[in-house]
Write a protein that binds this ligand. Structure first.
Ligand code: XIL
Length: 362
């Protein structure tokens, strides 16, 4: 048993240790040293069946978010049936590793079984009780473990598809344009202390589409605030596009506007979409790291307090499983995440560590 004095000396040495030594702890430790929470999206079966993935998640993440386990598709296989198996596996893993869990997502336009879509088509008289029952059951089941839920995901219309503020989601079509107000109020009513987050993509970079998406997301959350609808945070997904320009001042202004509304800001789904995979891996990694560093530093300097990546190791990424996000272009595997296929730390990992430490890149 070490003596108290040794423990104190050990703690002092740890505090004084150079950044490189602390980095041995994983990103969760590097971030925590600066009061930032770092986390990862996870799939329940990988945590249970893949010891290497589980070890990396334990070492790197202070926060877990289910990649699919909190969506209707997982939770609601049939009407009246709730399947919490994947979510519960993630919650149990987090409890064993001193991690918290955030919820994703109570509402989304995608990832629902046909029975859900058919029910929503019947209109508000059917859709509203469906939403209420889901919130009742899911928020009660997860109340002890999950204190932050994405209440709605990607509800704002993509400017490339529509000039409207809200996406033509099955929820919008069933319940009408105040469905988000209703959902956030329903969540607050069921759990007064739960952090209620609105989560979206396309607000990160410097294109006219990003400009318009930022304007719309701000309009949505400002409207909610004005109407007295409870909302606590905005999640900026952070699926960065390597081929698109980035403007720190534009992103900083967006974060500032959200903070001025009294909202917390976090990065929820960080990864890299490599539009141009023609360069070699080292060059792509270097460019990805620089963009990740600039993006994360800007959000943190603006008062953001958490950063989550959408997975930990390249081959497990959703990029490659989805149309439009190829795993292979010009014969080279995509490299969207902080660790490579062998669980080695890539430049992106180090860029994150440096951003957490408030140090420049490279
Ligand atoms: C993705 C998952 O990563 C995939 O495994 C699944 O097939 C589809 O959904 N934005 C989101 C996430 O908010 O929920 C999406 O996750 C990725 C894009």
């Amino acid at each position: 048993m070490p003596r108290r004095r040794d423990l104190l000396l050990g703690a002092a040495a740890a505090l004084a240790a150079p950044a490189a030594a602390r980095a041995a702890d994983g990103l969760r430790g590097v971030a925590a040293a600066r009061g930032i929470r770092f986390g990862l999206a996870v799939q329940g079966d990988a945590l249970v069946n893949d010891p290497r993935a589980a070890a990396a998640v334990a070492a790197e993440a202070a926060v877990l978010v289910p990649e699919g386990g909190g969506k209707w598709l997982a939770l609601r296989p049939e009407e009246g049936v709730y399947d919490f198996s994947e979510l519960d596996a993630i919650i149990a893993f987090a409890a064993r590793h001193g991690q918290t869990v955030r919820g994703h997502t109570l509402l989304w336009h995608a990832a629902m079984e046909d029975w859900t879509l058919a029910a929503l088509k019947e209109g508000a008289a059917r859709g509203r009780p469906l939403l209420e029952a889901h919130f009742d059951r899911v928020l009660a089941h997860t109340a002890l473990a999950i204190r932050d839920w994405d209440v709605a995901n990607e509800a704002v219309a993509d400017p490339r598809d529509s000039a409207d503020l809200l996406r033509k989601s099955p929820w919008l079509e069933s319940l009408g344009p105040d469905y988000l107000d209703l959902a956030f109020r329903a969540a607050r009513q069921r759990d007064a202390g739960l952090a209620l987050t609105y989560n979206d993509y396309g607000c990160e970079q410097d294109t006219p589409v990003d400009d318009e998406k930022r304007r719309r997301v701000l309009a949505l959350v400002r409207g909610m605030r004005d109407r007295g609808v409870p909302i606590d945070a905005v999640g900026i997904q952070g699926h960065l596009r390597l081929g698109d320009p980035f403007s720190a001042p534009k992103l900083a202004a967006f974060v500032r506007s959200l903070r001025d509304l009294g909202l917390r800001v976090l990065v929820t789904e960080l990864d890299m979409i490599e539009d141009e995979l023609r360069s070699d891996a080292a060059e792509r990694d270097a460019r990805s790291a620089a963009l990740v560093h600039a993006f994360v530093s800007t959000v943190l300097e603006g008062g953001g307090d958490a950063v989550l990546c959408w997975g930990v190791t390249d081959p497990h990424s959703w990029i490659g499983r989805e149309p439009g996000y190829p795993a292979l272009v010009s014969g080279l595997p995509a490299r969207p995440l902080p660790l490579d296929a062998e669980y080695r730390r890539k430049p992106m990992w180090h860029a994150l560590a440096r951003a957490f430490e408030g140090r420049p890149w490279p």
